[in-house]
Design a protein around this ligand. Structure first.
Ligand SMILES: Nc1ncnc2c1ncn2[C@@H]1O[C@H](COP(=O)(O)OP(=O)(O)O)[C@@H](O)[C@H]1O
Ligand SMILES: [Mg+2]
Ligand SMILES: [Zn+2]
Length: 294
């Protein structure tokens, strides 16, 4: 999420647990095991029933984030397994911290090597991050003026490396909501209702992957599953091809757009990915766009 201070980025992230689905039994067992290894559960908790929501501060060390130490401990990315890892104010995190997350984001597992042994900890988490668009925060703001030079805006965005951005499925601009809208309680969809939609979409995915161990959602699809389940019609295919060329998207971005489109289709309970679904997924790649800061 990118947007000015006060737009509601932190608030949105913190509400995420109210719309994500409950853990399946299998996920609950995996999650409990990791938290237990890390000594993070008290003796009274037999089984964790809620998805973890982790939001480490930006001063966190590499080891605390990805895991390690003399007796290798799971880090925040593993404590967030099957849940959410929220990095608020992403550019404030040390560059090395962001770089060590790249591999686990891809593999959904982290291998910690020691002199005599290696340990694998699962790390399949939903990464959520927020940032201001520039040092002063008001770049692209509808009312306030940005005080930063164009060079400064670009430099700020560059703190997040392209390869890391590439691994984030949805880039979304969060714009401040004005008073009238905030106080209009007319037709607001409740979190509980959103959650019902999410649960239905998840049920479709559970069915899709019922024969495959450790795959529960579209984001975890292997390349061959992606070929099978993310077919586009001719128009959709052309749209994606054009977007790739015009925006100079990577092969990784391509895969991620397809998976997001599959999820959008699932939320709409549509068997096929339509042009509308794929175009929505493409629009979530805001920050790949050349000259966003320009
Ligand atoms: N769309 C919104 N709906 C309700 N409250 C909002 C909204 N946007 C901002 N707020 C209020 O403004 C406060 C500041 O938002 P915050 O999430 O801290 O912004 P950011 O992280 O983008 O700087 C929130 O605690 C919330 O009370
Ligand atoms: Mg904030
Ligand atoms: Zn600015």
């Amino acid at each position: 999420m990118i947007g000015p201070p006060g737009a509601g980025k932190t608030m949105l992230a913190k509400r995420l647990p109210t719309i994500i689905p409950p853990l399946t039994l299998e996920e609950a067992l995996e999650t409990t095991k990791i938290h237990s290894v890390a000594g993070k559960i008290d003796d009274h908790t037999a089984l964790m029933t809620r998805r973890p929501f982790r939001s480490p501060h930006h001063t966190i060390s590499d080891v605390a984030l990805v895991g390690g130490g003399t007796f290798p401990q799971p880090g925040e990315i593993s404590l967030g397994h099957n849940g959410v890892l929220f990095l608020d104010e992403l550019p404030e995190f040390k560059r090395t911290v962001l770089e060590v997350m790249r591999q686990p984001l891809e593999d959904r597992v982290i291998t910690i090597s020691r002199a005599r042994s290696t340990v694998d900890y699962p790390a399949s988490f939903m990464l959520v991050a927020s940032m201001n668009p520039c040092p002063c925060g008001f770049h692209n703001h509808p009312e306030k003026e940005c005080m930063c030079s164009p060079g400064m805006v670009q430099k700020y965005l560059n703190r997040i490396s392209g390869p890391l951005l590439d691994r984030i499925d949805i880039h979304i601009e969060v714009v401040p909501v004005n008073y009238d809208k905030l106080s209009d309680h007319g037709k607001i969809e409740k979190s509980a209702d959103v959650r019902e939609r999410v649960i239905r979409a998840r049920a479709i995915q559970a069915k899709r992957f019922e024969d495959v161990k450790s795959i529960y959602s579209n984001s975890q699809m292997t390349p061959s599953m992606q070929r099978k389940y993310c077919q586009l019609d001719e128009r959709g295919g052309r749209l994606l091809k054009t977007a790739m060329e015009v925006r100079g998207l990577s092969a990784r971005a391509y895969d991620r757009i397809l998976k997001v489109a599959r999820t959008i289709a699932d939320l709409a309970e549509s068997e096929n990915i339509t042009t509308e679904h794929i175009s929505e997924a493409i629009n979530y790649r805001n920050l790949d766009r050349e000259g966003w800061a320009g």
